[in-house]
Each structure stands twice: as C-alpha cells, then as structure tokens.
Design a protein around this ligand. Structure first.
Ligand SMILES: [Zn+2]
Ligand SMILES: [Zn+2]
Length: 283
C-alpha cells in the first residue's frame, strides 16, 4: 500500500508539546527517523500558531507541563512560534533524512480571526501547507475550548455551536488550504456522563459545515486520531473533492497513526492519490 504524507505533525516547535527547551526537544528529528523506518514517504510539520487574546480555560484542561501558560484570571497565553529555529531544524532534518519528503506548515487556530495578524508577524509564503483549525468558540465575550465549555453548556449545544462556526471559518480568503479535525469538539464529549457520541444526531449540522468548506474550495482533513467512515462519506456527498490525511501527532510514536485503515476508507468513497505523496487526495 502506498501511504500518503502525514499532513498534520507537531514537533518541539509547537507550544503544547512543551516547547524547544522541554523533553520534546528532538521530536522533529525523531519523527523523521521514525517516518523513514515505517515507510512513510513524507510529512508536513504543521506547528501551532495561536494568537488568541481572550482565551480562557479551566486549570484541569491543562497538563502539568502547560500549567504556567494559564494566568490567575484563567486567560491562556501561549509562547510565540519560533519560526527561525523551526526553519533551521527543518533544514537539518532534510539533510539527515534525505529520502523523506519534509514539508513546512502551520496549524493556525481560528484563522478567520487571526491569520491576518499572523501574516504581519510571519511570512506565510515560507510554509508549504497551512491548516485552519477551530479550537475555541465564543462564550460570554471571550473564547474557550470545547473541553472547558462542556462544563458550562449542554453537550449537544457545544457540538452544535462548534459546527455552526465553520461557515465563518471558511468564508474569507485567508490562505489556508485544509480544515482540520471537524470532530474536534467530539474529542471531549462527556461520554461517562451521557453515553457515547452519536454522529447521526448531528448529521444535518456536519453536512452544512462540510458544504461550506467544499464551497470555499478547501480540503477536509481526515484526522486519523479517530477514524469515522461517515466523515469521508458525508464529505463526498456534500461536494467535498479533496482530503488530506493527518495523524495530529505530538510525539514520534503517533506518526501516521491509523493510516492504512484511513487509506482504505477514503478509497472506498472514491478519493484517489495525486502524483506525489504530499499531494492532497481528490475525487
Ligand atoms: Zn496540539
Ligand atoms: Zn488542532
């Protein structure tokens, strides 16, 4: 089986791995060596770029190594993305593992609100792939991640609000080509309290979000942390023509997680690879 490039990989240059000075140091290089070992032809290092200024969180939603990012007022401040160090590290990895195709990238949180400001801080043309992610939703004048909101709103309301914001995410012409993890809110679904998540209860909302993404001409990521066969099915039926495959790995061990199964799944809904492993799959 010919695997596509892993289109969503984090390294020590993403703030939520702990940063370049933490135990995550060397993650980029280790991911490249692991990719070569498992026969992955390529990957994109899509580091987090989050410029939120009123993002609040509950302390329990942050791991111990991230606790210092949360102020006493509950507002989160993440360290600045170190573009120079990142690009230098990419060059070192390309030299160290020449058989591997290594692409640059960013995962921009709330690009519809923040990418313009990001473009003033950073030359976005340096990046081969820019992912757009919805990580926070507006709540009482500030923004919060779904995990924090599940403590404040009924669970189905969180998922509905998440999907309802997707059309705004893709309405503009900000330069991101892929929408990531459309099931992001579902990661935190309070299963222990209310039972397993049933996607059919939100089919209308998922399809409406997918139609908006398809109309914008962007691709939808199949996030392989959790594989859902309804995701490529509804995407194809909503007019979606392009997909990427992304493991969203934050450590080398999670690289290309579930890729063989994901490839079989997207092929079943008519998606086919491009000429190069780093190309999006199309139908
Ligand atoms: Zn992350
Ligand atoms: Zn993300």
């Amino acid at each position: 089986m010919r695997l596509p490039a892993d289109s969503h990989v984090h390294s020590e240059f993403s703030w939520d791995t702990g940063g370049p000075d933490s135990a995550a140091r060397g993650t980029m290089e280790a991911s490249c060596h692991r990719a070569a070992r498992i026969g992955l032809p390529g990957l994109f290092f899509t580091e987090h770029l989050d410029l939120e200024d009123a993002w609040f969180s509950d302390p329990e939603d942050f791991d111990e190594h991230e606790a210092h990012l949360l102020g006493e007022d509950g507002i989160v401040t993440v360290p600045r993305f170190e573009a120079d160090g990142y690009l230098a590290s990419i060059q070192r990895c390309r030299a160290a593992v020449p058989a591997l195709w290594i692409g640059t990238g960013l995962e921009v949180g709330q690009p519809h609100l923040r990418l313009e400001a990001a473009g003033r801080q950073l030359d976005l043309d340096h990046f081969d792939r820019i992912l757009g992610s919805l990580h926070t939703l507006e709540f009482e004048g500030r923004r919060a991640e779904p995990n924090t909101l599940f403590r404040r709103l009924p669970a189905d309301e969180v998922v509905r609000r998440y999907l309802a914001e997707i059309p705004a995410l893709v309405a503009g012409d900000e330069p991101f080509s892929v929408v990531t993890h459309l099931d992001y809110a579902v990661r935190y679904w309070p299963e222990d309290e209310i039972g397993p998540f049933d996607p059919r209860a939100f089919e209308r909302e998922f399809r409406a979000a997918m139609e908006a993404i398809a109309e914008s001409g962007r691709a939808l990521e199949m996030n392989t942390r959790r594989l859902w066969s309804w995701m490529p099915q509804w995407w194809a039926e909503s007019g979606g023509r392009r997909v990427s495959l992304g493991s969203d790995s934050h450590s080398p061990a999670a690289l290309a997680h579930g890729f063989p199964e994901a490839v079989a799944m997207i092929e079943a809904y008519g998606f086919r690879p491009g000429r190069h492993p780093e190309d999006l799959w199309t139908r």
